[in-house]
Design a protein around this ligand. Structure first.
Ligand SMILES: C[S@@+](CC[C@H](N)C(=O)[O-])C[C@H]1O[C@@H](n2cnc3c(N)ncnc32)[C@H](O)[C@@H]1O
Length: 390
């Protein structure tokens, strides 16, 4: 979009907003309209009068050829505070996984994707409550006459004025994984843990405190659960064999949940590697260290190595868990091989059912043995193998 048109849209929006007195909005319920009439949006707006601070509009079932990304850009240009694209077919048989991952070309070519969006998308934009949604609709129709000449399917909602952080925290209970780990956030109280682990003996599970933020790995996702169960099993087996410390590599650490679990299960040296390292992750690792020291009464468990892939050290590991995605895992096969000791075991997830063979093949080619699709949970695979003892 050129600077000129950007300016034009902004001016147009301001004029549109000013042309209509800021509404007081009503019912907080979503309203679905089946046809766009060229309305002075007063009729819609007065139906939505309330103490809302934000209102949202969701354009439904847009074909990907209509470039929902461009629509998002436009909505931001005219004053949206945020936009989001979601899969209109989510939860149906037509739901389709879409990833924009490095090195994903073979996968993308196979599905002939031209852009990493779904076949049919919903686009949601949040506007300040004072914005004139009718004006927004008119501008979209006028600006995209070919794609959206007569928008017919959209939903308007108002968001009540509330402390959203507290609201989200209240609705987010700790998560129990495999009856062994309770993953909680700093705001959770003992009573929250009891609510979810009421059927467990407090000596039988470990609490892992994660930091709230953007990092993947809250414990909700099947891939995290598959990897946690595998780490638990492998550490038990390895400890029986080795009678000592284990060096574990958590490749693609996200929240650091897998590395923390390893630390808590037994004395280990754990290295976590990620590409989205930020202060939250560092905090998570710090809290894991403190947590372990507190629980074990000593400092033998050690989660103090944190690397970017470009800063890898020479250490070799006995165990590697890597929950990333199939395409980067395939690319990483020789790297992981070189980082492991002979006899080391490897567990990977982030792999979809029809990607399992591709991963097994890549790791076998890189020198790993016994590469096996171990388990499937929620449409995700756990693939395991080992580095042969020469
Ligand atoms: C699916 S999350 C897994 C997080 C956590 N380990 C878990 O199991 O819940 C994958 C993580 O791998 C990171 N990642 C993706 N590609 C990577 C790469 N090439 N090297 C290192 N980390 C990568 C992502 O940033 C993300 O934090």
């Amino acid at each position: 979009m050129t600077g000129r048109s950007t300016l034009y849209f902004v001016v147009q929006f301001i004029v549109a907003v000013n042309a209509f007195k800021a509404p007081t909005l009503g019912s907080p319920q979503g309203l679905r309209f089946n046809a766009l009439t060229r309305f002075s949006s007063k009729s819609h707006d007065s139906a939505l009068e309330t103490e809302a601070t934000l209102r949202s509009i969701t354009f439904c079932n847009l074909p990907k050829e209509d470039d929902p990304d461009l629509l998002c850009d436009f909505l931001m240009e005219i004053g949206a505070c945020s936009t989001a694209i979601t899969d209109a077919d989510r939860g149906t048989d037509m739901e389709q996984p879409v990833f924009s991952e490095p090195g994903a070309d073979p996968w993308q070519d196979r599905l002939q994707w031209t852009a990493p969006v779904w076949n049919r998308c919903n686009v949601t934009a949040h506007f300040p409550a004072s914005a004139q949604i009718g004006g927004v609709l008119e501008m979209v129709a006028e600006t995209f006459p070919n794609q959206y000449p007569d928008l017919q399917d959209f939903v308007l909602e108002t968001l009540p004025n509330r402390d959203w952080v507290v609201h989200v925290q209240k609705g987010w209970l700790p998560i129990v994984v495999n009856d062994k780990f309770v993953l909680r956030f700093p705001w959770h109280k003992h009573s929250d843990v009891q609510k979810v682990a009421w059927n467990l003996n407090s000596n039988d599970f470990f609490e892992l405190e994660l930091q709230g933020g953007i990092a993947f790995g809250t414990g909700e996702h099947p891939t995290t659960q598959l990897c946690l169960a595998w780490v638990d099993q492998v550490i038990t087996d390895k400890l029986e064999q080795s009678n000592g410390k284990i060096h574990l590599l958590d490749y693609g650490s996200g929240s650091g949940v897998l590395g923390m679990a390893a630390c808590i299960l037994a004395p280990h040296q754990v290295a976590a590697i990620g590409i989205d390292i930020d202060s939250l992750l560092l905090k998570a690792h710090k809290s894991a260290r403190e947590h372990v020291a507190e629980q074990e009464g000593d400092h033998s468990a050690n989660l103090d190595s944190l690397f970017l892939p470009s800063d890898l050290e020479e250490t070799k590991y006995d165990v590697c868990v890597a929950n990333i995605l199939a395409a980067p895992l395939v690319t990483l096969a020789p790297v992981l091989y070189s980082m492991l000791l002979p006899g080391a075991v490897l567990g990977m997830s982030g792999i979809l059912p029809d990607q399992g063979d591709m991963v097994v093949e890549a790791y076998t080619k890189a020198g790993f043995a016994s590469m096996t699709i171990q388990k499937e949970q929620g449409n995700w695979l756990l693939v395991t193998g080992n580095k042969p003892i020469m």
